[in-house]
Design a protein around this ligand. Structure first.
Ligand SMILES: Cc1cc2nc3c(=O)[nH]c(=O)nc-3n(C[C@H](O)[C@H](O)[C@H](O)COP(=O)(O)OP(=O)(O)OC[C@H]3O[C@@H](n4cnc5c(N)ncnc54)[C@H](O)[C@@H]3O)c2cc1C
Length: 489
């Protein structure tokens, strides 16, 4: 069983580290998916996880405090700083990045990608409970259709961590990492009370797509890592900007190439431009999906059915609570059972209309950055002209599939005036290049200016793709764990 601790005094700290000689431990910073994939796959139990947050509380999300300076706004709840990280709030949709998405024009990424495809994506699907799952991507009438599944009940990491034989210290904020004459160290502030420098065998930054690059940048700035490469870090930030058109259509032409959900189905069916169009015109993988809105979807009865599906064992309690709050009404209870029947795929859902959602691939762009400034985090992110061009071409192609009324309503959309929503996927910021001077990590995800410091987060992605990143983060975590296991032999 895991051992969760927090140090309220220096004495607590001394007691813990007298029993556990830190120099023989691997320190993992962060307790999210990246961390869990490492902990589960490292073949040592001498691991200490450091987490700056505490137990998750859905009434007071810790989130991201951010000042947005660009035209693309990041949301506060796009990360969560508690034990389990963003797994506490994530939606559980999974997808592999394809070769173009993962490598783009970066040749070093090709070897990593080949390993992901050969071994680590399979392991990563299993990590999420999908046995023998295969990512489906196929050409369909001038589009590429990709099927993205969703976990029935999105994984919450704290439950998995509790079952593992590791030590986790919460309210432990790592403020920098580095190496000196005595070894590999971290400076950590415990409970906002006192700071300690601790030496470890190895340190892995698994503290999320934004915080890992900020922590690394600070470590260079503080002189803990040399030569100072702080300027190279935190530019080229990427995300998957999302834009939604509500009630896009209620009827699609019969000969349409798109798959539309009629039954309750957790899969996403995403459509990007065909491979040949993308290659011919250097366009990206931006995709759209049609999101069905059922009749009665926003009612309490629909939500109640949803809650029952998520907590089947509490079925009676949920219905009793519903009756207590809303009084007994036979037809309302019937409605709950009808929605349950839809969710269990016994009945077809009655669809009111479909929303259109675009998930955009964002090209790496030097000017897009996230950085710490006077105790706050600032973002300067704008969609580039190339990002808009892919979206516009895809949109025109999509609209041309529709009857005149839909076509004329949507064909002249000016995306430059529109508000894009953050899809909570923070990517990029730590360069991986051939040249020692221009790179921060190598293909093993080791900081090139260190002997024993590694990074495992989406900040090491060199291009964004358009698909959800967590499967790839976990695949990289399993790969890194196996690499560290092999080093010891
Ligand atoms: C609402 C929402 C929905 C999402 N839906 C999906 C989805 O459907 N599919 C998908 O693929 N992705 C989704 N994501 C993104 C997904 O949650 C992240 O990709 C994933 O959680 C990243 O895991 P991680 O371990 O790298 O980082 P995180 O989950 O961010 O964990 C990092 C941890 O490190 C801690 N930490 C940070 N800095 C320090 C420090 N200095 N010292 C100590 N600890 C530190 C943080 O407190 C945090 O607990 C969603 C995210 C959100 C917010």
């Amino acid at each position: 069983m895991a051992n969760f601790n927090t140090f309220k005094s220096k004495l607590d700290f001394e007691e813990f580290f007298t029993k556990n000689k830190s120099e023989s431990f691997i320190a993992i910073i962060g307790s999210g998916f990246a961390s869990l994939s490492l902990v589960k796959n490292l073949n040592t139990k001498k691991i200490i996880v450091f987490e700056k947050g505490e137990r998750f509380n859905d009434q007071s999300l810790r989130g991201l405090k951010i000042e947005n300076l660009g035209n693309y706004q990041l949301k506060e709840n796009s990360i969560e700083e508690s034990i389990g990280g963003s797994s506490n709030t994530w939606s559980g949709r999974l997808s592999e990045m394809n070769k173009g998405e993962f490598c783009s024009t970066n040749n070093i990424c090709i070897n990593i990608f080949n390993e992901l495809i050969k071994t680590f994506y399979k392991k990563s699907w299993r990590f999420f409970g999908f046995k023998n799952f295969k990512q489906i991507e196929r050409g369909k009438n001038g589009y590429t259709e990709r099927i993205l599944p969703k976990q029935y009940s999105p994984m919450r990491i704290i439950e998995s961590l509790k079952r593992l034989n590791i030590k986790l210290i919460y309210k432990a904020n790592v403020i920098n990492v580095g190496e000196d004459y005595y070894g590999t160290f971290m400076n950590v502030v415990f409970n906002d009370l006192f700071e300690k420098k601790i030496y470890f065998k190895k340190v892995v930054l698994a503290n999320g797509g934004i915080n890992s690059s900020l922590l690394l940048k600070k470590s260079y700035q503080d002189g803990c890592l040399k030569p100072n490469k702080s300027e190279l870090i935190s530019s080229h930030y990427m995300n998957h900007p999302k834009i939604i058109f509500e009630r896009f259509f209620s009827n699609l032409p019969k000969e349409s190439p798109f798959f539309l959900k009629k039954k309750y189905d957790l899969n996403f069916y995403g459509y990007s431009l065909s491979k040949s169009i993308k290659e011919e015109s250097f366009l990206k993988n931006t995709y759209f999906t049609f999101h069905p809105i059922a009749i009665g979807q926003n009612t309490i009865e629909y939500e109640c059915a949803d809650e029952i599906i998520r907590n089947k064992k509490k079925c009676f309690k949920i219905i009793l609570d519903y009756i207590k709050e809303n009084n007994f009404n036979f037809f309302s209870i019937l409605k709950i059972f009808y929605f349950l029947g839809c969710k269990l795929r016994i009945f077809n859902i009655r669809i009111k209309n479909y929303d259109l959602e675009y998930f955009c691939e964002m090209l790496p762009n030097k000017r897009n950055k996230i950085y710490a400034h006077q105790n706050s985090i600032k973002s300067e992110i704008n969609l580039s002209e190339d990002d808009f061009i892919t979206l516009e071409i895809l949109h025109q192609k999509l609209v041309s599939e529709f009857p005149l009324n839909v076509r004329s309503k949507y064909k002249d959309i000016n995306f430059r005036d529109k508000k894009f929503i953050d899809s909570s996927h923070h990517l990029g910021g730590i360069p991986l290049r051939d040249e020692q001077k221009k790179t921060v990590i190598n293909a093993d995800l080791k900081i090139v200016d260190s002997k024993n410091i590694y990074v495992c987060s989406s900040s090491v992605f060199q291009s964004s793709g358009s698909s959800n990143p967590t499967l790839t983060i976990v695949a990289l975590g399993i790969r890194l764990a196996e690499h560290l296991n092999n080093l010891k032999k």
